[in-house]
Design a protein around this ligand. Sequence first.
Ligand code: CA
Length: 233
Amino acid sequence: MNKPLILVVEDDSSVRNLISTTLKTNDYRYLVAVTGEAAIMEASSHNPDIILLDLGLPDMDGVQVIKKIRTWSNLPIIVISARSEDSDKIQALDEGADDYLTKPFSVEELLARLRVTQRRLSYMTSEMLTASSVFVNGKLTIDYAGGCASMDGQELHLTPIEYKLLCLLSKNVGKVLTHTYITQNIWGRSWENDVASLRVFMATLRKKLEAAPDSPQYIQTHIGVGYRMMKVE
Ligand code: CA
């Protein structure tokens, strides 16, 4: 496989240098853009494998960049935000970003996020090739056509909402889904109560799914943001 090509969109030169040095020493190819406009242009002309996108850009909001790119491409976008931009981060995920990094972040964190995204990418590609209606992740199997799920060969007894939740997370494996995105998909709305019930359903689903619900292997919690199903080897 070719070295993955990463588009780095960041106007802060020290962060940009940290990222590009990390990419170079870890066998990635990269391109850089300093403005939102340049990012959109580079994304359309070079078709990168992953975009690392700062949300605070000099010419436009990073969320606008995501909206624009999502009109023609589903390529993975990892947003980079400062802690003070938490609501922007959630908006970015709602607009179709795949994951996020919060500044300041370590080199290890950056590389870990890239690996998660690459695993998701290769999984999506193999899924598309087989067009299978059965989802397999570690010991978890979901038979979408049959409407049932099993863990290590044992059928999981899930309520309709738990099953819907599990399907939604599995169809977006590797991607962080926001509370709003999930409640919109499950209940068709997103009221404060729905987020509270989501937490309850997620807890019961996890009890059935995870061998050790306190250190979950399949479903990650992103406090104040949402949930993600991890690709389990
Ligand atoms: Ca910035």
